[in-house]
Design a protein around this ligand. Structure first.
Ligand code: FAD
Length: 101
């Protein structure tokens, strides 16, 4: 991999694949692709879409949140209102602007 000495990898873990297992799988995959790993610069973990759990959502979290839009001239946007993707964020932002402005 002479054309790029720095490789960035994003991996989705789960309850069975913890940080160290995830790291081992990625390293093994990189070696199979022919990469020589000299140094790991940074390894960071975070929760995916950590905003609302299933139970809270089923209890009408989003209906309550929608009812708060425009109260006290305050508006809520970003991925918490839609989903963790740029397309969903844009779609919701357009909906918000069309509805209130
Ligand atoms: C690793 C990763 C890969 C992803 N890949 C994709 C992909 O391939 N395709 C896709 O569609 N989506 C992808 N996403 C999801 C997408 O990036 C997010 O859903 C989207 O960026 C969320 O937009 P947002 O406006 O809610 O938050 P952000 O884009 O995070 O914007 C929030 C902004 O607010 C700023 N901010 C935070 N606190 C303050 C403060 N107190 N004062 C002032 N500013 C503040 C932050 O610096 C940031 O610029 C990815 C996300 C991650 C983490």
């Amino acid at each position: 991999m002479a054309y790029n000495d720095l490789i960035t990898v994003y991996a989705l873990g789960n309850d069975e694949i913890d940080e160290s297992k995830c790291k081992a799988i990625v390293e093994e995959d990189l070696r199979r692709l022919g990469a020589k790993i000299n140094r790991l610069h940074i390894h960071k973990s975070w929760k995916y879409f950590p905003h609302v759990d299933s139970e809270t959502m089923a209890e009408g979290f989003y209906d309550k949140l929608e009812d708060l839009q425009s109260v006290n001239n305050t508006y809520y946007g970003g991925e918490i209102m839609s989903f963790s993707s740029i397309e969903q964020c844009i779609a919701y932002s357009k909906y918000l602007v069309n509805k209130f402005f």
